[in-house]
Design a protein around this ligand. Structure first.
Ligand code: DCP
Ligand code: MG
Length: 421
């Protein structure tokens, strides 16, 4: 019996950017439950509710021990009534009815399937669902005209819904590096996004490109892209222009989360041989992170729980683990093509903005949101992936490193591996 009066309540600072959140934490079940509700809210175009659940999950991720009683949560920030009900349900019954029924709901499943198409967001998916379209087959039969991104998304659907491994990210990094130095010697490529935070898998690979001499990076993206196209590395690409203009008097544009760097959304064609064997963990079942035997992709994992393939690919089962007596089975179900499609984002930044771009593209998304909220509400500053503007002083604050930006913001420095809010 727990004497509630003796329970020591946890304490956590209000903003996620004040906390150190490693990938591993003590409350996975609770955080996963809240994250699923956050995802469902985001897929339903209810971003406000989504953020509330993300913040609640991020508080649980920051706790030093597993939560065992509601009393421990007293006084913690960001835990609203709805989140507390979900937590209580999980603590009392082992699972939350709301989470379980959401997972089973036709609408959630259809939203997952349709937004799994590159180029399809929550709004488009909702429109299709209202027309009775719940599956890829129904979408194809509907005769809807898809844009170029969505066509590519559909064409490479299975590949793009397989998690990208660190080994694959590194293999792509080598190609991007080669492309970049070929067209501009001295230019530098940095891996950002989830992989910079130490994640072992991601939905895409994010790179930031710069040159140590200001201005030399101008016009770099089209050159890199045409090098990659010429070498046959791109299955799809769309480049957007840099439209950011910094004025001396203040932010040239109202503070916005939308980046204005030269940016390329692409789909890479990655030869499977290019993925280095040595970097693959042997005990993992995520696609690509398995042992290669005689040049074929095979997985030695027999526990379906450790398979990170999405249920879309596996129909809810790890295909490899479902083979008889855990026999080796090939990963690629059809075609045996020697390559796979991978989503890659490239961003070019002038070196004067590099630290801001690096901080802005390392994530997590909630960590970024919280940094901007901290800057605005607590410091009267506007932070973007380009600059930091001090509204009180009426000037931009320069920074050559992420450490300097945290210092400007009056925050303790948090390294990338602890920004997994
Ligand atoms: N980002 C941003 N604004 C955008 C797009 C991205 O601030 N419009 C930032 C926050 C993200 C980072 O860039 O953390 C990379 O975006 P991803 O969507 O690739 O997110 P992650 O890399 O963190 O996750 P994943 O592992 O799923 O790729
Ligand atoms: Mg990413």
């Amino acid at each position: 019996q727990i004497n509630e009066a003796e329970v020591v309540a946890f304490s956590v600072p209000s903003y996620a950017c004040q906390r150190r959140i490693a990938l591993d934490h003590h409350n996975t079940v609770l955080a996963d439950a809240l994250s699923l509700l956050a995802e469902n809210a985001e897929l339903s175009d209810e971003d406000g509710r989504g953020v509330a659940f993300r913040r609640a999950a991020a508080v649980l991720k920051a706790l030093p021990r597993q939560v065992t009683s509601m009393a421990q949560l007293k006084g913690l920030p960001c835990l609203g009534g709805h989140s507390l009900r979900v937590i209580k349900d999980v603590l009392d019954n082992g699972a939350s009815d709301e989470v379980e029924s959401t997972k089973r709901s036709e609408r959630y499943k259809a939203l997952k399937v349709l937004t799994g198409i590159f180029g399809v967001g929550a709004k488009t998916a909702a429109r299709w669902i209202s027309e009775g379209i719940h599956t890829l087959q129904q979408l194809q039969a509907s005769g809807h005209t898809l844009n170029r991104a969505q066509q590519a998304g559909l064409e490479h659907y299975d590949d793009l819904n397989q998690p990208v491994t660190k080994a694959e990210a590194d293999a792509i990094g080598e190609i991007v590096e080669k492309a970049v130095v070929s067209v501009l010697p001295g230019a530098q490529v940095t891996l950002t996004g989830g992989f910079r935070r130490g994640k072992l898998a991601g939905h895409d690979v994010d790179f930031l490109i710069t040159h140590p001499e200001e201005g030399r990076e101008e016009g770099l993206m089209p050159k890199v892209v045409s090098w990659l196209v010429k070498q046959g590395f791109l299955l799809y690409q769309k480049t957007t222009r840099n439209s950011y203009l910094e004025s001396k008097d203040g932010p040239a544009q109202p503070p916005s989360n939308i980046d204005r760097f030269e940016r390329c959304f692409s789909i890479f064609k990655l030869e499977k041989q290019a993925t280095k064997q040595a970097e693959m963990p042997e005990d993992s079942c995520s696609f690509g992170a398995h042992r290669q035997v005689e040049g074929d992709d095979t997985c030695l994992q027999t526990d379906p729980q450790s398979c990170s393939l999405s249920p879309i690919q596996t129909g809810g089962l790890c295909r490899r683990a479902s083979s008889e007596e855990g026999q080796l089975e090939e990963t690629e179900p059809a075609g045996h093509k020697p390559w796979r499609a991978v989503r890659v984002d490239l961003v070019v930044s002038p070196v004067s903005q590099f630290a801001f771009a690096l901080l802005g593209w390392t994530g997590s998304k909630l960590f970024e949101r919280e940094l901007r909220r901290w800057a605005g509400y607590e410091k009267a500053m506007s932070l973007s992936s380009h600059a930091l503007y001090d509204n009180n002083q009426g000037r931009y604050l320069r920074a050559a490193s992420e450490e300097e930006i945290f210092a400007h913001l009056g925050l303790e420095y948090i390294p990338p591996s602890e920004r997994n809010a």
